[in-house]
Design a binder for this molecule. Structure first.
Ligand SMILES: C[S@@+](CC[C@H](N)C(=O)[O-])C[C@H]1O[C@@H](n2cnc3c(N)ncnc32)[C@H](O)[C@@H]1O
Length: 364
Protein backbone atom coordinates (compact mmCIF):
# COMPACT_ATOMS: atom_id res chain seq x y z
CA UNK A 1 0.00 0.00 0.00
CA UNK A 2 1.40 3.42 -0.93
CA UNK A 3 2.09 6.04 1.76
CA UNK A 4 -0.67 8.20 0.28
CA UNK A 5 -3.23 5.37 0.45
CA UNK A 6 -2.19 4.62 4.04
CA UNK A 7 -2.61 8.27 4.95
CA UNK A 8 -6.09 8.30 3.39
CA UNK A 9 -7.07 5.16 5.25
CA UNK A 10 -5.92 6.62 8.56
CA UNK A 11 -7.61 9.98 7.99
CA UNK A 12 -10.10 10.67 10.76
CA UNK A 13 -12.79 13.25 11.23
CA UNK A 14 -12.39 15.75 14.08
CA UNK A 15 -14.92 13.79 16.14
CA UNK A 16 -13.01 10.58 15.59
CA UNK A 17 -9.72 12.26 16.52
CA UNK A 18 -11.16 13.65 19.74
CA UNK A 19 -12.74 10.30 20.60
CA UNK A 20 -9.42 8.55 19.93
CA UNK A 21 -7.76 10.99 22.31
CA UNK A 22 -10.32 10.13 24.99
CA UNK A 23 -9.62 6.42 24.50
CA UNK A 24 -5.87 6.97 24.65
CA UNK A 25 -6.14 8.91 27.91
CA UNK A 26 -8.59 6.32 29.25
CA UNK A 27 -5.93 3.63 28.79
CA UNK A 28 -3.19 5.88 30.19
CA UNK A 29 -5.16 6.53 33.37
CA UNK A 30 -6.14 2.89 33.99
CA UNK A 31 -3.56 2.70 36.79
CA UNK A 32 -5.42 5.42 38.69
CA UNK A 33 -8.36 3.02 39.07
CA UNK A 34 -6.11 0.38 40.66
CA UNK A 35 -4.52 2.88 43.01
CA UNK A 36 -7.88 4.35 44.02
CA UNK A 37 -9.07 0.81 44.81
CA UNK A 38 -5.91 0.21 46.83
CA UNK A 39 -6.42 3.47 48.77
CA UNK A 40 -10.03 2.57 49.58
CA UNK A 41 -8.92 -0.91 50.71
CA UNK A 42 -6.11 0.48 52.90
CA UNK A 43 -8.50 3.06 54.38
CA UNK A 44 -10.96 0.21 55.13
CA UNK A 45 -13.80 2.09 53.40
CA UNK A 46 -15.71 -1.15 52.60
CA UNK A 47 -15.56 -2.11 56.30
CA UNK A 48 -16.74 1.35 57.29
CA UNK A 49 -19.81 1.16 55.01
CA UNK A 50 -20.65 -2.29 56.33
CA UNK A 51 -20.18 -1.16 59.93
CA UNK A 52 -22.43 1.86 59.32
CA UNK A 53 -25.30 -0.43 58.32
CA UNK A 54 -24.56 -0.63 54.59
CA UNK A 55 -24.97 3.06 53.67
CA UNK A 56 -22.73 6.02 54.51
CA UNK A 57 -22.30 9.72 53.72
CA UNK A 58 -18.85 11.25 53.23
CA UNK A 59 -18.83 12.61 56.79
CA UNK A 60 -19.81 9.18 58.17
CA UNK A 61 -16.99 7.59 56.19
CA UNK A 62 -14.46 10.18 57.33
CA UNK A 63 -15.43 9.76 60.98
CA UNK A 64 -15.35 5.95 60.75
CA UNK A 65 -12.02 5.65 58.92
CA UNK A 66 -10.04 8.47 60.56
CA UNK A 67 -9.93 10.63 57.41
CA UNK A 68 -9.23 14.24 58.39
CA UNK A 69 -12.28 16.56 57.92
CA UNK A 70 -10.18 18.85 55.70
CA UNK A 71 -9.97 15.98 53.18
CA UNK A 72 -13.72 15.49 52.67
CA UNK A 73 -13.78 17.02 49.18
CA UNK A 74 -10.83 14.80 48.18
CA UNK A 75 -12.60 11.75 49.57
CA UNK A 76 -15.56 12.67 47.34
CA UNK A 77 -13.20 12.69 44.33
CA UNK A 78 -11.78 9.28 45.27
CA UNK A 79 -15.28 7.86 45.73
CA UNK A 80 -16.35 9.32 42.37
CA UNK A 81 -13.71 7.21 40.59
CA UNK A 82 -14.78 4.14 42.52
CA UNK A 83 -18.52 4.60 41.94
CA UNK A 84 -17.90 5.27 38.23
CA UNK A 85 -16.01 1.98 38.00
CA UNK A 86 -18.63 0.02 39.96
CA UNK A 87 -16.66 -0.66 43.14
CA UNK A 88 -19.23 1.29 45.21
CA UNK A 89 -22.67 2.67 44.33
CA UNK A 90 -23.96 6.16 45.11
CA UNK A 91 -27.34 7.84 45.41
CA UNK A 92 -27.85 11.60 45.78
CA UNK A 93 -25.12 14.13 45.19
CA UNK A 94 -22.81 16.63 46.93
CA UNK A 95 -23.09 16.60 50.73
CA UNK A 96 -26.19 14.37 50.56
CA UNK A 97 -24.48 11.56 48.61
CA UNK A 98 -24.91 8.14 50.18
CA UNK A 99 -22.46 5.37 49.33
CA UNK A 100 -23.20 1.65 49.39
CA UNK A 101 -21.29 -1.55 48.73
CA UNK A 102 -21.57 -3.36 45.42
CA UNK A 103 -20.84 -7.07 44.86
CA UNK A 104 -17.22 -6.05 44.17
CA UNK A 105 -16.56 -4.08 47.37
CA UNK A 106 -18.46 -6.65 49.42
CA UNK A 107 -15.48 -8.95 48.75
CA UNK A 108 -13.26 -6.47 50.60
CA UNK A 109 -15.22 -6.38 53.85
CA UNK A 110 -13.14 -7.93 56.60
CA UNK A 111 -15.27 -10.34 58.58
CA UNK A 112 -14.00 -9.85 62.12
CA UNK A 113 -15.89 -12.94 63.31
CA UNK A 114 -13.87 -14.92 60.76
CA UNK A 115 -16.90 -16.61 59.21
CA UNK A 116 -16.52 -15.32 55.64
CA UNK A 117 -13.50 -14.91 53.44
CA UNK A 118 -12.43 -11.55 52.04
CA UNK A 119 -9.97 -10.52 49.38
CA UNK A 120 -8.49 -7.27 50.72
CA UNK A 121 -5.01 -8.87 51.25
CA UNK A 122 -5.01 -9.78 47.53
CA UNK A 123 -5.68 -6.17 46.44
CA UNK A 124 -3.04 -4.91 48.87
CA UNK A 125 -0.41 -7.34 47.53
CA UNK A 126 -1.24 -7.01 43.81
CA UNK A 127 -1.40 -3.22 43.84
CA UNK A 128 1.87 -2.71 45.68
CA UNK A 129 5.27 -1.21 44.89
CA UNK A 130 7.00 -4.52 43.97
CA UNK A 131 4.81 -5.57 41.01
CA UNK A 132 4.09 -2.03 39.89
CA UNK A 133 7.74 -0.90 39.86
CA UNK A 134 8.77 -4.16 38.15
CA UNK A 135 6.61 -3.30 35.14
CA UNK A 136 8.44 0.03 34.75
CA UNK A 137 11.51 -1.99 33.62
CA UNK A 138 9.76 -3.58 30.60
CA UNK A 139 11.47 -1.50 27.92
CA UNK A 140 14.92 -2.26 29.34
CA UNK A 141 14.08 -5.97 29.73
CA UNK A 142 12.83 -6.25 26.14
CA UNK A 143 15.83 -4.52 24.58
CA UNK A 144 18.93 -4.59 26.80
CA UNK A 145 21.54 -7.22 25.79
CA UNK A 146 22.48 -7.80 29.45
CA UNK A 147 18.82 -8.55 30.29
CA UNK A 148 18.47 -11.30 27.66
CA UNK A 149 18.83 -14.17 30.14
CA UNK A 150 17.20 -12.39 33.08
CA UNK A 151 13.63 -12.24 34.34
CA UNK A 152 11.85 -8.90 34.36
CA UNK A 153 11.80 -9.04 38.17
CA UNK A 154 15.61 -9.51 38.27
CA UNK A 155 16.17 -6.59 35.89
CA UNK A 156 14.00 -4.37 38.11
CA UNK A 157 15.16 -5.52 41.55
CA UNK A 158 18.43 -7.46 41.18
CA UNK A 159 16.98 -10.66 42.72
CA UNK A 160 14.28 -13.22 41.86
CA UNK A 161 10.70 -12.96 43.12
CA UNK A 162 11.30 -15.94 45.43
CA UNK A 163 14.46 -14.34 46.89
CA UNK A 164 12.45 -11.17 47.57
CA UNK A 165 9.59 -13.21 49.08
CA UNK A 166 12.10 -15.01 51.33
CA UNK A 167 13.22 -11.64 52.74
CA UNK A 168 9.66 -10.51 53.46
CA UNK A 169 6.82 -12.70 52.30
CA UNK A 170 4.22 -11.69 54.88
CA UNK A 171 1.92 -9.74 52.53
CA UNK A 172 2.43 -12.24 49.69
CA UNK A 173 1.62 -15.28 51.85
CA UNK A 174 -1.43 -13.53 53.34
CA UNK A 175 -2.68 -12.68 49.84
CA UNK A 176 -2.22 -16.26 48.64
CA UNK A 177 -4.04 -17.64 51.69
CA UNK A 178 -6.94 -15.21 51.16
CA UNK A 179 -7.24 -16.16 47.50
CA UNK A 180 -7.08 -19.86 48.35
CA UNK A 181 -9.78 -19.65 51.01
CA UNK A 182 -12.11 -17.77 48.65
CA UNK A 183 -11.35 -19.78 45.51
CA UNK A 184 -11.47 -23.20 47.15
CA UNK A 185 -14.72 -22.43 48.98
CA UNK A 186 -16.31 -21.71 45.61
CA UNK A 187 -14.60 -24.48 43.63
CA UNK A 188 -15.49 -27.10 46.22
CA UNK A 189 -19.11 -25.98 45.98
CA UNK A 190 -19.19 -25.89 42.16
CA UNK A 191 -16.74 -28.66 41.17
CA UNK A 192 -16.61 -30.82 44.31
CA UNK A 193 -16.62 -34.03 42.24
CA UNK A 194 -13.03 -33.34 41.14
CA UNK A 195 -11.93 -33.70 44.77
CA UNK A 196 -14.50 -36.34 45.79
CA UNK A 197 -12.62 -38.92 43.71
CA UNK A 198 -9.35 -38.39 45.62
CA UNK A 199 -8.84 -41.66 47.46
CA UNK A 200 -6.95 -41.33 50.73
CA UNK A 201 -4.29 -38.62 50.45
CA UNK A 202 -3.41 -35.37 48.71
CA UNK A 203 -0.29 -33.24 48.66
CA UNK A 204 -0.67 -29.51 47.98
CA UNK A 205 2.57 -28.62 46.18
CA UNK A 206 3.64 -25.00 46.64
CA UNK A 207 0.72 -24.89 49.05
CA UNK A 208 1.91 -21.81 50.97
CA UNK A 209 0.27 -21.59 54.37
CA UNK A 210 -2.10 -24.46 53.60
CA UNK A 211 -5.38 -22.58 53.05
CA UNK A 212 -6.37 -24.68 50.00
CA UNK A 213 -5.41 -27.96 51.67
CA UNK A 214 -7.32 -26.94 54.82
CA UNK A 215 -10.48 -26.34 52.76
CA UNK A 216 -10.13 -29.79 51.16
CA UNK A 217 -9.43 -31.48 54.50
CA UNK A 218 -12.56 -29.88 55.98
CA UNK A 219 -14.74 -30.87 53.01
CA UNK A 220 -13.34 -34.42 52.76
CA UNK A 221 -12.20 -35.51 56.23
CA UNK A 222 -11.10 -38.95 54.93
CA UNK A 223 -8.38 -37.29 52.78
CA UNK A 224 -5.03 -36.92 54.56
CA UNK A 225 -3.62 -33.59 53.37
CA UNK A 226 0.05 -32.61 53.24
CA UNK A 227 1.40 -29.17 52.28
CA UNK A 228 4.79 -28.91 50.58
CA UNK A 229 6.43 -25.49 50.38
CA UNK A 230 9.83 -23.89 50.85
CA UNK A 231 11.16 -24.34 54.42
CA UNK A 232 10.94 -20.63 55.32
CA UNK A 233 7.30 -20.55 54.15
CA UNK A 234 6.12 -23.58 56.14
CA UNK A 235 8.05 -22.24 59.15
CA UNK A 236 5.60 -19.32 59.38
CA UNK A 237 2.42 -21.30 58.55
CA UNK A 238 -0.28 -21.39 61.25
CA UNK A 239 -0.58 -24.79 62.90
CA UNK A 240 -3.49 -26.93 61.77
CA UNK A 241 -4.05 -30.39 63.24
CA UNK A 242 -5.65 -31.55 59.96
CA UNK A 243 -2.54 -30.78 57.90
CA UNK A 244 1.04 -32.03 57.72
CA UNK A 245 3.53 -29.39 56.57
CA UNK A 246 6.72 -30.45 54.77
CA UNK A 247 9.52 -27.99 54.03
CA UNK A 248 11.26 -28.87 50.76
CA UNK A 249 11.83 -28.11 47.10
CA UNK A 250 9.26 -29.28 44.53
CA UNK A 251 12.04 -29.48 41.92
CA UNK A 252 13.76 -32.19 44.03
CA UNK A 253 10.98 -34.27 45.52
CA UNK A 254 7.23 -34.36 46.02
CA UNK A 255 5.92 -36.49 48.92
CA UNK A 256 3.88 -39.51 47.71
CA UNK A 257 0.07 -39.18 47.69
CA UNK A 258 -2.96 -40.35 45.70
CA UNK A 259 -3.39 -36.87 44.26
CA UNK A 260 -1.28 -33.74 43.85
CA UNK A 261 -2.78 -30.24 43.94
CA UNK A 262 -0.99 -27.37 42.19
CA UNK A 263 -2.99 -24.23 42.81
CA UNK A 264 -1.59 -21.05 41.26
CA UNK A 265 1.88 -22.60 41.13
CA UNK A 266 2.64 -23.47 37.50
CA UNK A 267 1.70 -19.96 36.29
CA UNK A 268 4.79 -18.77 38.24
CA UNK A 269 7.14 -20.77 36.02
CA UNK A 270 8.39 -20.98 32.46
CA UNK A 271 7.67 -24.03 30.26
CA UNK A 272 10.80 -26.07 31.13
CA UNK A 273 10.36 -25.55 34.87
CA UNK A 274 6.69 -26.61 34.67
CA UNK A 275 7.79 -29.82 32.94
CA UNK A 276 10.32 -30.50 35.74
CA UNK A 277 7.75 -29.85 38.50
CA UNK A 278 5.15 -32.07 36.81
CA UNK A 279 7.68 -34.90 36.41
CA UNK A 280 8.26 -34.82 40.20
CA UNK A 281 4.47 -34.82 40.70
CA UNK A 282 4.05 -37.80 38.39
CA UNK A 283 6.63 -39.74 40.42
CA UNK A 284 4.61 -39.00 43.58
CA UNK A 285 1.24 -40.43 42.45
CA UNK A 286 0.03 -43.98 41.66
CA UNK A 287 -1.31 -45.11 38.26
CA UNK A 288 -4.59 -43.71 36.90
CA UNK A 289 -6.49 -46.98 37.43
CA UNK A 290 -5.85 -46.74 41.18
CA UNK A 291 -6.84 -43.08 41.42
CA UNK A 292 -3.60 -41.23 40.66
CA UNK A 293 -4.06 -37.69 39.32
CA UNK A 294 -2.71 -34.15 39.45
CA UNK A 295 -5.23 -31.35 39.98
CA UNK A 296 -4.14 -27.99 38.61
CA UNK A 297 -6.05 -24.84 39.54
CA UNK A 298 -4.84 -22.13 37.18
CA UNK A 299 -5.93 -19.94 34.29
CA UNK A 300 -6.53 -21.45 30.86
CA UNK A 301 -6.77 -18.36 28.67
CA UNK A 302 -9.99 -18.38 26.64
CA UNK A 303 -11.28 -21.63 28.19
CA UNK A 304 -14.76 -20.25 28.77
CA UNK A 305 -14.90 -19.36 25.05
CA UNK A 306 -17.85 -17.27 23.90
CA UNK A 307 -19.36 -17.46 27.39
CA UNK A 308 -16.64 -15.08 28.56
CA UNK A 309 -17.44 -11.43 29.21
CA UNK A 310 -15.08 -8.59 28.37
CA UNK A 311 -13.96 -8.12 32.01
CA UNK A 312 -12.96 -11.76 32.21
CA UNK A 313 -11.12 -11.72 28.83
CA UNK A 314 -9.26 -8.54 29.72
CA UNK A 315 -8.39 -9.74 33.22
CA UNK A 316 -6.82 -12.92 31.81
CA UNK A 317 -4.46 -11.05 29.53
CA UNK A 318 -3.73 -8.31 32.09
CA UNK A 319 -2.89 -11.03 34.57
CA UNK A 320 -0.54 -12.57 32.03
CA UNK A 321 1.49 -9.35 31.76
CA UNK A 322 1.31 -8.98 35.56
CA UNK A 323 2.82 -12.49 35.76
CA UNK A 324 5.61 -11.38 33.41
CA UNK A 325 6.78 -9.36 36.42
CA UNK A 326 7.17 -12.62 38.33
CA UNK A 327 8.71 -14.48 35.37
CA UNK A 328 5.46 -16.42 35.07
CA UNK A 329 2.95 -17.04 32.27
CA UNK A 330 -0.82 -17.43 31.88
CA UNK A 331 -1.36 -20.11 29.24
CA UNK A 332 -3.76 -21.11 26.51
CA UNK A 333 -4.81 -24.77 26.29
CA UNK A 334 -2.27 -25.65 23.57
CA UNK A 335 0.57 -24.34 25.77
CA UNK A 336 -0.64 -26.39 28.74
CA UNK A 337 -1.03 -29.44 26.55
CA UNK A 338 2.62 -29.32 25.38
CA UNK A 339 3.82 -29.17 28.98
CA UNK A 340 1.66 -32.16 29.97
CA UNK A 341 2.90 -34.30 27.08
CA UNK A 342 6.58 -33.44 27.77
CA UNK A 343 6.14 -34.27 31.45
CA UNK A 344 4.90 -37.75 30.44
CA UNK A 345 1.16 -37.47 31.14
CA UNK A 346 -1.28 -39.22 28.82
CA UNK A 347 -4.60 -37.41 29.28
CA UNK A 348 -6.18 -34.33 30.82
CA UNK A 349 -9.59 -32.78 31.36
CA UNK A 350 -10.26 -29.05 31.70
CA UNK A 351 -13.27 -27.84 33.70
CA UNK A 352 -13.74 -24.10 33.15
CA UNK A 353 -15.37 -22.05 35.92
CA UNK A 354 -17.10 -18.67 35.99
CA UNK A 355 -14.00 -17.30 37.69
CA UNK A 356 -10.45 -16.70 36.49
CA UNK A 357 -9.21 -20.20 37.17
CA UNK A 358 -10.04 -23.52 35.54
CA UNK A 359 -9.52 -26.94 37.04
CA UNK A 360 -7.31 -29.27 35.04
CA UNK A 361 -7.27 -32.95 35.98
CA UNK A 362 -4.10 -34.53 34.69
CA UNK A 363 -3.69 -38.30 34.42
CA UNK A 364 -0.48 -40.34 34.36
C1 LIG B 1 1.73 -18.15 43.88
S1 LIG B 1 2.07 -19.00 45.36
C2 LIG B 1 0.67 -20.08 45.50
C3 LIG B 1 0.47 -20.57 46.89
C4 LIG B 1 -0.76 -21.50 47.05
N1 LIG B 1 -0.71 -22.64 46.18
C5 LIG B 1 -2.03 -20.71 46.80
O1 LIG B 1 -2.57 -20.73 45.71
O2 LIG B 1 -2.47 -20.05 47.75
C6 LIG B 1 3.37 -20.12 44.89
C7 LIG B 1 3.93 -20.93 46.05
O3 LIG B 1 4.99 -21.74 45.54
C8 LIG B 1 6.01 -21.80 46.54
N2 LIG B 1 7.28 -22.22 45.94
C9 LIG B 1 8.12 -21.48 45.16
N3 LIG B 1 9.20 -22.22 44.83
C10 LIG B 1 9.03 -23.43 45.41
C11 LIG B 1 9.82 -24.63 45.44
N4 LIG B 1 10.96 -24.70 44.78
N5 LIG B 1 9.35 -25.69 46.14
C12 LIG B 1 8.16 -25.62 46.82
N6 LIG B 1 7.37 -24.53 46.82
C13 LIG B 1 7.81 -23.44 46.13
C14 LIG B 1 6.02 -20.39 47.08
O4 LIG B 1 6.68 -20.29 48.32
C15 LIG B 1 4.54 -20.07 47.14
O5 LIG B 1 3.98 -20.41 48.38
Amino acid sequence: MSALMQQKELAMSTDELLQAQVELYHHSFAFVKSLALKAATDLCIPDAIQHLGGAATLSDLAAETGIHPTKLSNLRRLMRVLTTSGVFSVTGDHAGAVYKLTRVSRLLVVDRAGGRTHLSPVVSAFVSPYPVTTLFSMREWFTDERAAAMSLFEVAHGCTLWEAAAMDGTAFNAAMAADSRFTMENLLRECGSVFETVRGSLVDVGGGHGAAAAAIARAFPHVKCTVLDLPHVVATAPTDDKLTFVGGDMFDNVPPADAVLLKWVLHDWQHEDCVKILRRCKEAIPARNVGGKVIIVDTVIGSAGSQQGIASKETEVLFDVFMMAADGVEREEHEWSKIFIEAGFTDYKITPTMGLRSIIELYP
